[in-house]
Design a binder for this molecule. Structure first.
Ligand SMILES: NC(=O)c1ccc[n+]([C@@H]2O[C@H](COP(=O)([O-])OP(=O)(O)OC[C@H]3O[C@@H](n4cnc5c(N)ncnc54)[C@H](O)[C@@H]3O)[C@@H](O)[C@H]2O)c1
Length: 308
């Protein structure tokens, strides 16, 4: 199992570290455009191997895609992150060019690969890879919902004063401050609806805190977060590599599901060795459907800025 991670910055390096620590991949190749950066990150990570007990071989290269040849899974984290006060959508001008070029280099060297897109605005970057890479639609997955759901569960556990392992919940829709659709109606504590334990007002607060989860961290850190994003990507990579058939909300190309076509947006997907094995359609109520529709309008507006 060979995994390439493009972008050895905060999210890329964190993702490589979690993949290595989970010890399911034989090889991780880090690629960055900054001379020596990926090589340095790879060497530093390899020097944790004896301490953390993993055998995954991590190597780093400066823009040399020949070293990525034969990758089973490629992760794209290259591009700029947002600064405090910025939206993810504002990154499109720079990141679209980077994601298009990087995905083309990856597919040239690994024509059978599965691509996980992380760079923002993620739903639109995933759409761009669909339009330009020539890969089958089950092989292109955007990572956003897995992270947003982890943040939702963190906020739910806080409100419930419960351990996070007691809590289940999912965020679908666009990966943006306004587009996320946290499914509060379906969130549970050990199968019991969370509304049994907290008021509607508190649950609305959880929903709002979840939607601005990334912006809250960007304000605190001065740049966007990396531990939870890295962990979320590594969970998707592991589900595919180990054929786990686990369900995560991912940005997927819809073809009639949720009444939408020709858009990449967050929906529950079962991930296994073929990438997206199945898109799961939930029975949403009218409010959730409307929320999803508004979210899609936002994503389409950003997609319209692409030149494809
Ligand atoms: N989808 C999500 O849930 C999610 C979560 C967090 C961050 N992000 C996004 O991920 C991206 C990376 O964030 P970060 O915090 O790691 O940023 P970062 O600046 O720490 O790292 C980005 C790296 O990409 C490299 N790079 C730039 N152009 C490149 C190219 N053409 N080829 C190879 N490497 C290139 C840079 O040199 C840098 O090392 C951002 O767009 C950010 O918004 C997405």
């Amino acid at each position: 199992m060979k995994v390439t991670v493009v972008g050895a910055g905060a999210v890329g390096a964190s993702c490589a570290e979690y993949i290595a620590i989970k010890n399911f991949a034989s090889e991780v190749v880090l690629v960055d455009i900054k001379e020596g950066f990926a090589e340095g990150k790879a060497m530093d990570l390899m020097q944790t191997a004896s301490l953390n007990g993993f055998d995954t071989k991590i190597t780093g290269v400066t823009n040399d895609y020949s070293k990525t040849a034969g990758s089973d899974i490629c992760v794209i984290t290259s591009g700029i992150p947002r600064k405090p006060g910025m939206t993810r959508e504002e990154l499109i001008g720079i990141n679209a060019g980077i994601v298009k070029e990087v995905s083309s280099n990856l597919v040239k060297n690994s024509p059978e690969t599965i691509i996980i897109v992380v760079s923002n605005p993620m739903d639109t970057m995933t759409y761009l890879v669909h339009k330009t890479s020539g890969l089958d639609k089950n092989k292109i997955i955007g990572m956003g919902g897995a992270l947003d759901s982890a943040r939702f569960k963190y906020r739910l556990a806080e409100a419930l004063e419960a351990p996070i392992s007691d809590v289940d919940g999912m965020v679908i829709g666009g990966h943006s401050d306004t587009g996320m659709v946290p499914l509060t109606r379906l969130a549970t504590r050990n199968s019991v609806p969370v509304t049994k334990f907290i008021s509607e007002d508190r649950l609305n607060q959880v929903m709002e805190d979840t939607k601005v989860g990334g912006a809250t961290l960007t304000k605190l850190l001065g740049t966007s977060a990396w531990y939870a994003p890295g962990a979320a990507v590594s969970a998707l990579v592991q589900a595919i590599a180990c054929d786990q058939k686990k369900m995560f909300p991912c940005s997927v190309m819809l073809n009639g599901e949720y009444g939408m076509k020709d858009i990449c947006i967050g929906a529950p997907a079962i991930l296994g060795r073929n990438g997206i094995e199945k898109i799961v359609e939930l029975d949403l109520n009218d409010a959730e459907k409307n929320h999803m529709k508004e979210s899609a309008e936002g994503v389409r507006k950003t997609n319209d800025l692409l030149e494809v």
